[in-house]
Design a protein around this ligand. Sequence first.
Ligand SMILES: [Zn+2]
Length: 147
Amino acid sequence: MIRYGLVCKDDHAFEAWFRDSDAFDALSRAGQVSCTVCGSTEVTKQLMAPGIPAKSNKYEPADQHMLAGPQDAEQRELMDAVRRLRKYVTETADYVGEQFPEEARKMHYGEADERGIYGEASLRDAKELLEEGIKVAPLPKLPDDAN
Ligand SMILES: [Zn+2]
């Protein structure tokens, strides 16, 4: 028996056991292999390492870009400036957490008073806001202990 990670045309990932790879080919050609989520028979084999769920093969960007190596004076100055920016923003703006995209929209469309806010937004949220003409900017994250 051989276990295959499979994926349907709608990107549903699932696993199934087959006698061998010929068995998979034959069953799949006969329309006998169907997606466990949507039932589609347009199913293809997924390359996967044994034991690792298909999901974790997908690329996930890191939360934060990190920097290493020698720091020159200008770099230190810029890091300081980023720290001051962050301090200024966190002192003068309201933290709205995951409500950020919603709050930014409300201000933009005049449903809420304009004020400084900061909070959580995914890359996708940020892109959508910018596409709607709402000015948002990434606020650099810094490790708390990076003094
Ligand atoms: Zn499916």
